[in-house]
Ligand binder design. Sequence first.
Ligand code: FES
Ligand SMILES: [Fe+2]
Length: 434
Amino acid sequence: MIADNDGAPATLLEVGETFLGDADLSFDAYTSQAIYVAEVERVWGKTWQWACREEAIPEPGDWTVYDVAHYSVLIVRQMDRTVRAFVNSCPHRGMQFADSGSSGHGKQFIRCPFHGMQWHLDGSLREIPCRWDFPHIRDDSFGLTAVRVASWGGFVFINLDPEAPSLKAYLDVLPRHFAHAPLDRRRVSIHIAKVMPGNWKMCIEAFLEAFHVLATHPEGARYTADAAADYDVLGPHVSRFMHSLGIPSSHLKRHIAEPDVVADVVADMGFDPAGLKPGQSARAYIADAMRAAFGAQFGIDYSNTSTAEILDSVQYFVFPNAFFFPGVLLRMVYRFRPIDPDHCLFEILVLDPLPDGVPVPPPAPVVALAANETYEGVPGFRFGQVFDQDTENFRRQTAGIKASAKGRQTLGNCQEVRVRHLRQTLAIYLNQLS
Ligand code: FES
Ligand SMILES: [Fe+2]
């Protein structure tokens, strides 16, 4: 990135290794039911998690339900276009107002489907059928239970803990680091959801390092500088890696010619590797090709966009469960949610940049993949093979962890520092008095 010398944002040039210790970490964190139960209360009940995109609920009365573990939150666009969130459980006898994972448009008020009690969109009581039978309740103390809500980058976040720090404090450096890549100016063009055969942390951790590229994604080693990736711990909840493309892995014994690097990266985009000029690096050529291709695709002028922004895998993790990419080629968001100690729901969203002034269109519908369906089959998704390879690892790693006699993992100090960081942040939450 520094060697590109073509105007990468200062935040991408801020790099620094962090040493967080080298002790083995127990596999109990992935297998213990007791730890899973503690996480539900102390992590999922106390952290900021993005629940939906703003454009999923654009108009007053639009709503969606976000669920994690046993928690369920109803998120509602208000008449004044702000967003409020409520526990998705009726104060009368506990009925869910709407099914887990559902969404809809144009609610005038919130009506419980069981006995028909009603609340205004702001959560205040509107009507109780047979009001005479409830002389013991006061209207002003029978509102819906509010859940904290805040927005960043076009994402609506919720936090079930009234005592938690603000979203702004929680995200720390993140808004500053995304100033050059505003995610609120993007549209969800692909949204894939699939249940992963592994503990939520184990699956997340596979995306926190590029160390596994050589063995798991060997074709990628021909054009990614995996061993040269930067790993940065940027705050209690935020870490990052930056992984340059267009440069072969230093692990490879055989020299990969520059035209071959070009061919590996852009052949499927219709570019001719023969266009590489004498003395031009594959990385520079690919970046130029991407500037032209994405410029045409998105209607955005990328002529002054740095190589790192257009090409590299720059990826921020926000504890406990979200990844955000500021890049253009790699422009995903991931979200993980626990199902049980051995399974989690993994969602991949592709966020396409929008030209100035264009309203954000509704998000693409979710493509729900069954366990036996591959990412390669998802129309328009470029990286299916990679995620299929990762999924296969999860099945085996879960089995291997259970078979382990050692009972602990041993991490690399640099390349796996974000795994240790996640576990250290987790320990802080789990050790809090509830
Ligand atoms: S449970 Fe909601 S109105 Fe009765
Ligand atoms: Fe991977």
